[in-house]
Design a protein around this ligand. Structure first.
Ligand SMILES: [Fe+2]
Length: 405
């Protein structure tokens, strides 16, 4: 386990213990008050808030049944609670502003501070929940990008690469949803199907679900993949053999030459995820090994899970690098709009051009992915897959980008 993850888990456990103590204290306090219907309702609310994390932890450790709907309810509960407090704060601010301009509020003037806070909390919660729930029923968004490259072999012109990332098969992805994604892939039928990690979320049986739904899918000239941190967190040093056995053609620090019917060739390089280094000495990124097969003049497509690997040698070697991992933060928009991921990542989501003078025109595409991590919620940053079409660079050519549902 990496230091970063250990620290993160320690903070998470600390916050959870504090939260449970506060809940228990609140229940004990309510018991001291004279009985009332409001008091009983609050007590029930606190008891549920106390028990939900206990159920979730035990179910993730397979000590209690893991009910998908129940887990989603858990996260939505806390998501709603968070938005309610934020909305309540905004309602309180509105109350003070309203007091400064008495004429502007019309007949509603005079509502108490607590009424405005509850009103604000309820409205924001309703708005966010509606957006989050609606997003789960939308089909995955298909983003189409035409990418022009200097000196592209004319035989590679029009090659299509479908980029899938962060499926997170597991608790938050029902099989119906996965079949919808598979149907879209089948309809598009790209030349290359590229998968950049985090296919599974938490455990090995999710790899069986992946195999059942996705292993029959293939790009016309090839399917290629790399592992993500979740494969390593779930399967540890067995991640590579297990995922290959379940139909994911993983490239672990190696490359593969794909050839079109007309003779045009693409060298696909797969770089292993840094999380692998925590479990086995032969796992984790090894750029020298991954790039060993690259020959001068080849068009190189690189796959990584984490976009931080793009810097330096990989960026110089590969005209196009595909990555995932960030989920775009699950909340926000593609640049120039901000997203939660832009707080943590230099390349949070979308398309980036190299600023390295040694490789002008080389690109990185970071997918917001198709799945969920933590909360089963996406606002603005909807599940997506990207279809990249290779084009030759001509005078004034740029990226033509379109989005389609
Ligand atoms: Fe992920």
């Amino acid at each position: 386990m990496s230091d970063h993850r250990r620290r993160f888990l320690r903070i998470l456990w600390g916050a959870l213990v504090l939260y449970e103590i506060l809940n228990a204290f609140f229940i004990l306090l309510l018991r001291q008050l004279p009985p009332s219907p409001e008091g009983e309702a609050f007590e029930l609310f606190s008891l549920l808030s106390l028990l939900l994390p206990v159920w979730l932890i035990l179910s993730f450790r397979d000590l209690l049944p893991r009910v998908r709907l129940f887990s989603q309810t858990f996260f939505l509960w806390y998501f709603a609670l968070g938005t309610f407090w934020i909305g309540g704060g905004l309602g309180g601010i509105f109350h003070f502003v309203e007091g400064m301009f008495p004429g502007a509020a019309g007949g509603r003037l005079g509502a108490s501070y607590s009424f405005r806070a509850v009103e604000g909390g309820a409205l924001l919660t309703l708005l966010f929940l509606s957006l989050a729930v609606a997003a789960r029923f939308l089909p995955p968004r298909l983003i189409r990008i035409d990418l022009a490259f200097e000196g592209l072999d004319p035989r590679l012109e029009g090659t299509t690469i479908l980029h899938l990332s962060d499926l997170h098969v597991g608790a938050w992805q029902g099989e119906g949803r996965l079949r919808t994604i598979a149907d879209v892939v089948r309809t598009i039928s790209p030349d290359i199907l590229a998968v950049t990690g985090d296919v599974i979320d938490h455990r090995e049986d999710e790899a069986q679900i992946f195999e059942r739904i996705f292993s029959s899918l293939s790009g016309k000239i090839g399917t290629v993949a790399v592992l993500g941190n979740h494969e390593y967190w779930s399967l540890e040093k067995e991640a590579y053999p297990v995922m290959r056995r379940h139909g994911l053609p993983v490239l672990k620090n190696e490359s593969l030459l794909l050839e079109r019917g007309n003779g045009g060739r693409i060298r696909v390089v797969g770089v292993d995820d840094p999380a692998g280094g925590d479990y086995a000495p032969d796992c984790g990124p090894d750029l020298e090994k991954a790039l060993a097969g690259v020959r001068p003049g080849e068009f190189v497509l690189a796959l990584v899970h984490q976009p931080t690997l793009w810097e330096g040698a990989l960026c110089r070697a590969a005209q196009l690098t595909l990555a995932g991992h960030t989920h775009g933060g699950q909340i926000g928009g593609h640049p120039p709009l901000p997203s939660l991921a832009s707080l943590f990542f230099r390349h949070p989501v979308g398309l980036f051009s190299s600023t390295d003078p040694q490789c002008p025109g080389h690109r990185l595409h970071v997918s917001a992915g198709l799945g969920y991590y933590g909360i089963p919620v996406r606002i603005g940053m909807l599940p997506e897959m990207t279809l990249v079409t290779l084009c030759p660079k001509t005078e004034g050519s740029g990226e033509a980008k379109s989005q389609k549902k």
